[in-house]
Structure formats: structure tokens, C-alpha cells
Design a binder for this molecule. Structure first.
Ligand SMILES: *Cc1c(COP(=O)(O)O)cnc(C)c1O
Length: 369
């Protein structure tokens, strides 16, 4: 018998996540120096990790022979202080992606439904399918989540409703008032999962803690992969009602977050200066990219995260041509937006490099007409 015949039916239908291409692959493929490549494909922090996080990570290596603290005590304490919630309302994961999967373990099975935006973060759909549940994809409104339409898509079979704000890959955020209205309108068999992966880039992130305290079924997800610059270490967390957190703790692996990641994340959390620097630089970079792309005639969605969305005509062709010039962006055909690319806001130099290359391509396109 073939392995394929032995596998569960769902495995064959499981869509596969396509990550941004690593720098080394592109360097090798196009004969470029890795140091010359600008990776603007995965919304990573162009300023790297916080220097304090690197020091803490290094120091923690001396204890690498010991299993990590399975309860992530120190890190949860630091998060609790920063977020103003109790440690027992927090779960830490191997990236917030793991926590999305834990939601699946705890709440999803065939016959149940998960409501999400049609151009939302693709992992919601992957996890839904992994557990045999049905994704209900709701059309978006001006690149943002249409909360009223999402509410209307809720049925007796709905268990989870995902809102990413700001959303990836569109960058558009929902207001606190609209999120509160949605949360208060949901029936008690539905958990609102607010993915706040880019919340630190907002001037003021929506605050749903009082709804959680009131017993509304709201669960919020955050990550160390974006503004904290620790994508390679895989740490994220969720906060919500302690009863929910206890259920999620039951279905995770005992040592899901490694000790280097815990140490680095704890230090990164306390480095407010670094976070503030990244946030300000990101705003300047956003303006640089939006103005530059618009002046080339590419309609651009500025959004509120650390990336912009730009209509470049043929996203895949643009992506391929840029790659040859040592710049990696993300084509969005897999999200049903073949005209667009998603461009992570890089350093000022990286942004300028991208704009220069884009100008050459647009020039080229005009020339060929
Ligand atoms: C990048 C991102 C995450 C982060 O995932 P990790 O597993 O923590 O790296 C989560 N949600 C969204 C919408 C993202 O864009």
C-alpha cells in the first residue's frame, strides 16, 4: 500500500502554506550576494531583534541542556504586567500560529464552521480545514473586514470568528467601536478571535479587555514575530478568559516554547525604546513607499501595519522581475488579488531600492505598450 492511501482523507485536501522565499534561496538562484538582498516579503522587522533580546537569548544558551519552563512563568508575568491582565489569562505559543491551531484542537471538528474574511490571514483557513471544519469566507469591504457581513454569516454551527486588525495581507484595521459592537452582538457559542499581530504599529490599539472581563467570548492573539523582531524564534501569545486559557493549555505540547525564545521575548517586551523606534521608522517608511509607488501610478493601500499593498498590474511578473534585482516581495494571487503585491516596509535604504527597481519596471511596461 502507498503512504498516500494510508493517510487521512483530509491530508490530501489540506492547502499548503507558501512562505516568503528565504534570502539564501534567492541569492543562489540569481547569483546575488545574500547581503545585497532586501527581503520585503514576510513582514519581518527590518531593524532586527531588540539588542536587549539578543543579549538575553545568548545568555540563555548556557542553560540549553535543560528543558524550558513549560509554563513560561517569567514571560507570562512580563506580558501580564504590560497588558494589564492576570498571568492565568495568558497562553504562550510557538508563534501565535500554534495558538490558532490550539483553538482548532479545543473547539473544531467536522460539521462546525469558522467565519473569516475572504482576504484574511490564510492560516485561519488552513487550521479550519486541518480539523475538518468548514471555512466561511466573507467578502471584504474596501480591503477591511466587513464586520456586519461577518456577523450575518454566523450560524448555530459557528464556533470561531477570526478578525485580524490590522489584517494581513491588506493592512486595513477595524475601529474599537466596531469590534466592541461585533463582540456584543455574537451568540455565546461563538468565540471572537482578534488577531493583533500588528497592533503595536497602531497609534492606539483597540482594547477589548473590559469585554473579556465582562464574560464576552473574546480571545486576543499577539506575536513577537513582527515589531519585536523575533520571527525566527517563534513566540506568540493569546489572552482571554482564564477558563478558555485552561482549555488551550491542556491541548498544547508540554514544552511548546523553547528557552531561548522565552528569554529573548521577555527582554524584548521590556525594551520599549526599541519598539517605539521601530514604530516611528515604520510610519516614515510607509509614507516613503506610498508616495513613491503612487507617483509611479501604482494605486497603493497604505494600511496600518508594517507593509503596504500596491496594484502593480501583474503581481507575479512584478515579483519575479524584482527578485532578479535582489528584492523579495509577496505576490497576492493566492489571496485572489493577482494585480497586487504586498511589500513589507523596510529600512529607508531598502524602500528606496525597491522604489528605484519599481520605477525601472514601470518604465519598461510603458515602453512595451
Ligand atoms: C505574522 C502574523 C502572525 C504571526 O504569526 P507567528 O506564528 O506568531 O509568527 C499572526 N497573525 C497574522 C495576521 C500575521 O500576519
Amino acid at each position: 500500500m502507498k503512504y498516500a492511501e494510508l493517510a487521512n482523507a483530509g491530508v490530501h485536501e489540506q492547502p499548503v502554506y507558501e512562505p516568503g522565499k528565504p534570502i539564501e534561496y534567492v541569492a543562489q538562484e540569481f547569483g546575488l550576494e545574500p547581503t545585497q538582498i532586501a527581503k520585503l516579503a514576510s513582514n519581518e522587522n527590518p531593524f532586527g531583534p531588540s539588542p536587549k533580546a539578543m543579549v538575553a537569548a545568548q545568555a540563555s544558551l548556557k542553560q540549553a541542556h535543560l528543558y524550558p519552563d513549560g509554563a513560561c512563568c517569567l514571560l507570562r508575568g512580563a506580558i501580564a504586567q504590560l497588558r494589564g491582565v492576570e498571568p492565568d489569562s495568558i497562553i504562550v505559543g510557538n508563534g501565535s500560529n500554534e495558538i490558532i491551531e490550539l483553538l482548532g484542537h479545543a473547539f473544531l471538528r467536522p460539521g462546525l464552521e469558522v467565519v473569516m474574511g475572504a482576504q484574511a490571514f490564510i492560516v485561519y483557513k488552513l487550521v479550519t480545514k486541518l480539523f475538518g471544519a468548514t471555512p466561511i469566507e466573507v467578502p471584504m469591504l474596501d480591503f477591511g473586514h466587513d464586520l456586519k457581513a461577518m456577523r450575518a454569516a454566523v450560524t448555530d454551527r459557528t464556533r470561531l470568528l477570526f478578525v485580524a486588525s490590522p489584517n494581513n495581507p491588506t493592512g486595513v484595521a477595524n475601529t474599537e467601536a466596531d469590534l466592541v459592537e461585533l463582540a456584543e452582538s455574537l451568540p455565546t457559542h461563538v468565540i471572537l478571535c482578534l488577531d493583533e499581530a500588528y497592533a503595536e504599529y497602531l497609534e492606539m490599539a483597540p482594547d477589548l479587555r473590559s469585554l473579556i472581563a465582562k464574560g464576552r467570548k473574546v480571545f486576543c492573539l499577539r506575536t513577537f514575530s513582527k515589531i519585536y523582531g523575533l520571527g525566527g524564534l517563534r513566540v506568540g501569545y493569546g489572552y482571554g478568559d482564564p477558563e478558555l486559557i485552561q482549555l488551550l493549555q491542556r491541548v498544547r505540547q508540554p514544552f511548546n516554547v523553547n528557552s531561548v525564545a522565552q528569554a529573548a521575548a521577555t527582554a524584548a517586551l521590556m525594551d520599549c525604546e526599541f519598539v517605539e523606534h521601530c514604530r516611528c521608522a515604520n510610519e516614515l517608511g510607509r509614507r516613503q513607499l506610498v508616495e513613491g509607488l503612487e507617483s509611479l501610478g501604482c494605486a497603493t493601500v497604505a494600511g496600518h501595519a508594517n507593509f503596504v499593498l500596491s496594484n502593480v498590474g501583474d503581481g507575479l511578473a512584478f515579483f519575479q522581475a524584482l527578485q532578479q534585482k535582489g528584492i523579495i516581495v509577496r505576490p497576492l494571487a493566492p489571496y485572489g488579488m493577482p494585480d497586487y503585491v504586498r511589500i513589507t516596509i523596510g529600512t529607508e535604504i531598502e524602500n528606496a531600492k525597491l522604489l528605484k527597481a519599481a520605477a525601472e519596471l514601470v518604465e519598461c511596461r510603458r515602453g512595451s505598450l
